[in-house]
Design a protein around this ligand. Sequence first.
Ligand SMILES: [Zn+2]
Length: 672
Amino acid sequence: MTNPLLTDWTGEFALPPFAAITDADFAPAFEIALDQARATIADIGADPAAPTFANTIAALELAEGVLDRVSGVFYNLAGADSTPAREALQRDLAPKMAAFSSEVTMNPALFARIEALWATRDSLNLTPEEARVLKLYRQMFQRAGAGLKGADRHRMAEIKERLAVLSTAFSQNLLADERGWSYPLAKADLAGLPDFVVTAAQAAGVERGAEGPVLTLNRSLIVPFLQFSPRRDLREIAHAAWIARGANGGATDNRALAAEILALRDERARLLGYKSFADYKLEPEMAGTPAKVRDLLMRVWTPAKAKADADAGVLTAMMHKDGINGDLEPWDWRYYAEARRKAEHDLDEAVLKPYLSLEAMLGAMFDVAGRLFGLEFRALDGPFYHADVRGWEVTRGGKHLAVFLGDYFARGSKRSGAWCSAMRSQRKLGGEVRPIVVNVCNFTKGDPALLGWDDARTLFHEFGHALHQMLSDVTYPFISGTSVARDFVELPSQLYEHWLEVPEVLARHARHYQTGAPMPEDLRNRLLAASTYDQGFATVEYLASALVDLAFHEGAAPADPMATQARVLADLGMPRAITMRHATPHFAHVFSGDGYSSGYYSYMWSEVMDADAFAAFEETGDPFDPATAKRLEKFILSTGGSRPADQLYTAFRGKMPGVEAMLKGRGLIDAI
Ligand SMILES: [Zn+2]
């Protein structure tokens, strides 16, 4: 019997044959793919011919083809539709994949070939893209410890393997805690909740096999509950469960894991000769150093905290007027902020949502991509990897560009949050390969599904990442699509969110799901006027997480991360009624892998650029200005990591941005 993961995928667009793949296929497929990659890489290292770019770098670029294919399918499923079998395999694979990656990037024969190429790089006649790829390979090998010898070398491999195990456990504990908690809502508990929250609670009850509606820790359910429930007692229970994720004691408690992860990262950076993990981690990023990151965050912290403190005063007065004395607590903020929003902007999320059906917003999202980049979307017949997943072929001028999959609804088997991944990346090496790109979200299912404003932003955000993959036009997979500096990668996604706020986009697409009537102009104006609403809160909860992340990785690793977290918040003067957006025990960005460790600041770094980049369109007077859109594609969306990010940005905009457009965008500039 042939393993469908290992055969050539000959169906339409060479999509993975989802229907034929069973869980039992993955383990043997990984084994064979790993063996094959190992053999190919050993051959490259042992090649008797003198090293050339083609026989070393280009060969390495293609050496893991089958492994990439199997991984692309598996890791997407593990995140978006996990099963106990998939979770077990993920745990089993984590140390094996880490060991394999170490074997490659610490391989002395490969490193020697790369060093030889580097030494002669000026005489190799490399294209600019090849020169960049060579430089990045050398950097990757150096940073992985290829230059280490003896005991240090051995220790480095050990550290990496252990980190892989710990970060997988961190994610799985979090998922277990999110799944493990639900709170039955009696009829009286539903009072004051808008229909969409009640419907979501009922759907959650059905999914959990409960008798009636339940509250769960899904962000799209619990956040609206905290926003709308007039029941302070229930809000307190809900908030306590929400912030306790990963810190409930017992087998799923993440606090000890966080401490061990930080200690190992610190050791790893020092083995490589860096002062701290943050110094190591930031070296290849745009920011470059911890000091630059801190400088940006603190420049924003001061006006954000001033705004949040002023808002806390207003909300506290509203609460006292309700007859509740004492301090505004974290479980009160969203509720009174929502009430204030209704009073000041007369904006009721429940009135808004019927105009923001998922169908309407998908239409808007595709239309914007059509107007900016000439893209066309044709719905494909599934089935894909889950019945809820939808697919489109993306073309331009009749030419195939990509397959785009949208997996939008929350379910118990999906981890929380929203993300974009490429099941297959674009490349031209060895023949043109076009990408398969997936957007995964956690919207509440409904008939039809109606989005909140934040959900609609998330939809656009993830699609911005998808465009970065789908418009990619490079030769080498190493720098394809979103393979760019971490503090640059959120630029396309956050930039795309701006088009959701363009009045004519809303006028055309935000239509009532029952009547088809456009959103009343007055509602639209109020919505846009409210877009900077509560940004003091949003900025403070985000910055607190970013500054704790930085403190964790700057200097020696803390023995007790929770104590460090408490100290950082105290030093900042964290407002009492705001909690971190992600506290340590559930800070998946930082602990479920290395991606955003000492990198959570990246969203704001990118936001400085996205605000400035959108201003480039606004300055022309046309949010769809064709020349600016062309430059955006030419220098940013198609180029991947083929040049350093600051060069790409400068090529697009002529100069690097200041923070002003970002502060203005958040409505914080008045507070300076
Ligand atoms: Zn993003």
